[in-house]
Design a protein around this ligand. Structure first.
Ligand code: E4P
Length: 227
């Protein structure tokens, strides 16, 4: 299971990258809006993220509402940097744009996936990544992890050779709220979890690690004091 960070905040991306275990970044219009970014700065901001994370996939989401618009914006976003992945919503226009972009050699991350049939249709339309959402199911008192389980099983049942530029489909567990979401997603065999900074820190920290570190440090000070 690989870790992506789910944010458009440059400081958070730089910090997560400095830990040495970051494999990619996902953004969406809400996350960009949260940075206070202006419309004219959207593409330069995506480029900054792509440069900061050279070699790692960075999902930049199209806000167009027609297939033609998504194809045009997708090609523009993909041309910003070789590691940009175009993020599209799973709907009629999104599927059509995904097929056209995949045929043009562009990697697409199909987002807002809430069912196995959406995931299968996205993969057949050439999506390189599929992002099933977990937390938003939990928010409405449904079980996001069992929904993810169905998506993972359906996608892993098939060989996606010939469907997209990399001949493989990876599942990005999205809408992650807790370390338990990450653990459960890994147990199911999801390829990636895209995790907001607050939840990433919860994934890293453990009270017994903090306690162990404090006692090692205190005992070492005794050794130092005797020298
Ligand atoms: C997916 O890539 C989305 O950016 C994201 O995971 C959505 O999560 P949310 O439900 O916390 O908005």
């Amino acid at each position: 299971m690989k870790f992506f960070i789910d944010t458009a905040n440059l400081d958070e991306i730089a910090e997560a990258k400095s830990w040495g275990c970051l494999a990619g970044v996902t953004t969406n219009p809400s996350l960009y809006a949260k940075t206070g970014g202006k419309l004219a700065d959207f593409e330069p901001h995506m480029l900054k993220i792509a440069e900061l994370c050279e070699g790692l996939p960075v999902s930049a989401e199209s806000t167009a509402t027609t297939a033609e618009g998504m194809i045009e914006e997708g090609k523009r976003l993909a041309a910003l940097a070789p590691n940009i992945v175009v993020k599209l919503p799973v709907c009629e226009a999104g599927l059509a744009a995904c097929r056209a972009l995949a045929d043009a050699g562009v990697r697409v991350n199909m987002t807002l996936v809430f069912s196995p049939t959406q995931a299968l249709m996205a993969a057949n339309a050439g999506a390189r990544y599929i992002s099933p959402f977990v937390g938003r199911f939990d928010d409405i008192a449904e079980d996001g992890i069992s929904q993810l389980d169905n998506v993972v099983t359906c996608i892993k049942n098939y060989d996606w050779t010939g469907k997209n530029v990399d001949d493989t489909v990876e599942i990005i567990t999205a809408s992650v709220r807790t370390p338990n979401h990450v653990t459960q997603a890994a147990l199911l065999g999801a390829d990636i979890a895209t995790v907001p900074m607050a939840a990433l820190k919860k994934c890293l920290h453990h009270p017994l690690t903090d306690q162990g570190l404090a006692s090692f440090e205190a005992d070492w000070q005794k050794v130092v004091a005797q020298a």
